[in-house]
Write a protein that binds this ligand. Structure first.
Ligand code: FAD
Length: 386
């Protein structure tokens, strides 16, 4: 390992890995560092699958970054001998009058995104695995897909290393220091590397370590996720063509899920997006999912997926790092200029990683953040004077 780099990326979850990949396309003097393993079970990016959708109920303002991210996911997929994106489509179900269905449809119309509005009867006809509750309909986005999450992240790292980047796992960064020539990154063991710029993508740790900009603004949550299998072999048939989905229940709870896309995680993955979130506590995060949580999701699965065995055969926990408005935060540190930080979670950041990595790479090489991500600046919380 050298002792001087143009850019150091601290935190190699999906956002840091994407940043390193994009950086390495035009700059060889780059280093990526992570305290964990390449597939880090105690962070947010691990697992077989994530949903990519553009009929974004969260708002039309995400559309430009979604388009850029989509383009780069497809580019990434083309460079890999294995499939990284699976064209599963996306089905978004919920009450007709409010929430996910009208909001997804509005974004799709605004963004000219191919979609169809399905009545309950049509949904049942095309997607028999789903039971549609009274007063509900669906938006189907044909171009939505399921990303092979671990494989994609590892492929970005492979490409980065092939392009000349260096990576170091199992190495924690203890501090970032201003020097007369730029910045220095100090590892837990005391070793120091010098750099012009830093991309800080440390996930749940971003709010309370290395910089003070986001102090008090991020709340890491422990969230369970579950896997379900069909009740019988006969039910396997209707799981063919099973899409990535969102299902908003009448009481507002929002379920998400992905089909099986490989052998890594068999069965249908299902979790609550806005429920069963508990304050992250490292001492309890590794404990098994609570029985009461399993009972709650089983009751929902029983109701809306008649062909699935409602008792999950596997469950585990992951981390959502929530911001106050459930959107991302990207900015340059006020105290440490040249440090560009990114918190891209609130449970929906994976799909944006390629686009964000590209923006961050350009920021680190040019020395300033592009206006295209101004909606994510930290100044919206009035924490800095930018
Ligand atoms: C169950 C679940 C399902 C999800 N589903 C979707 C979905 O379908 N679609 C979607 O778009 N998004 C989804 N998300 C959200 C998405 O996975 C996250 O937004 C994304 O993974 C965040 O990535 P990250 O790189 O910011 O953080 P992380 O993956 O947490 O990476 C941060 C890294 O920083 C490292 N680190 C921390 N501190 C240090 C330090 N001091 N020194 C060195 N390294 C350090 C950590 O080891 C870690 O590897 C889901 C999330 C979960 C948990």
């Amino acid at each position: 390992m050298k002792c001087k780099y143009k850019v150091v990326v601290v935190g190699l979850g999906v956002v840091g890995s994407a940043s390193l990949w994009r950086l390495s396309c035009s700059e060889r003097e780059v280093l990526g560092v992570d305290s964990g393993a390449p597939v880090n079970l105690s962070a947010s990016s691990h697992g077989a699958s994530r949903i990519f959708r553009r009929a974004y109920w969260e708002g039309q303002s995400y559309l430009p970054l979604l388009s850029q991210s989509d383009k780069l996911w497809r580019e990434l997929d083309r460079t890999c001998s294995r499939h990284l994106i699976f064209h599963t489509g996306g089905l978004f179900i919920g009450p007709v009058t409010s929430g996910v269905v009208p909001k997804s449809a509005a974004t799709a119309q605004q963004g000219n995104i191919n979609h169809a509005l399905f009545s309950a009867e049509r949904t049942a006809e095309f997607f028999p695995a789903f039971h549609i509750l009274e007063g509900m309909e669906a938006v189907y986005e044909d171009g939505a897909y399921t990303i092979a999450a671990d494989d994609s992240k590892l492929h970005m790292l492979n490409l980065a290393v092939r392009n000349g980047a260096e990576v170091r796992f199992g190495t924690s960064v203890a501090s970032i220091i201003k020097t007369s020539q730029g910045l220095a990154v100090q590892f837990g063991g005391g070793e120091l590397v010098h750099t012009e710029r830093v991309i800080l993508s440390t996930g749940a740790a971003l709010g309370n370590t290395l910089i003070s900009d986001l102090s008090g603004l991020l709340q890491p949550k422990s969230v369970p996720v579950y896997w379900f299998k069909p009740k019988s072999k006969g039910d396997l048939d209707f799981l063919k063509g099973f899409p990535a989905f969102l299902y908003q229940l009448p009481d507002g709870r929002l379920l998400y899920g992905t089909p099986e896309i490989g052998t890594e995680e068999p069965g249908v993955k299902i979790g609550f997006h806005n429920y069963q979130q508990r304050r992250f506590d490292a001492s309890t995060h590794a404990q098994p999912v609570k029985d009461s949580d399993v009972e709650q999701i089983s009751a929902c699965v029983e109701q809306i997926f008649p062909g699935l065995n409602s008792i999950p055969f596997a469950s585990k926990k992951c981390i959502y790092t929530m911001s106050q408005d459930e959107s991302f935060i990207i900015d340059e540190s006020v105290d440490l200029s040249g440090v560009f930080y990114v918190s891209a979670c609130s449970g929906h950041g994976f799909k944006f990683a390629t686009g964000l990595g590209d923006v961050l790479a350009r920021a680190a090489l040019n020395g300033f953040l592009s206006e295209e991500v101004s909606m994510f600046y930290a100044s919206r919380f009035s924490v800095n004077n930018k």
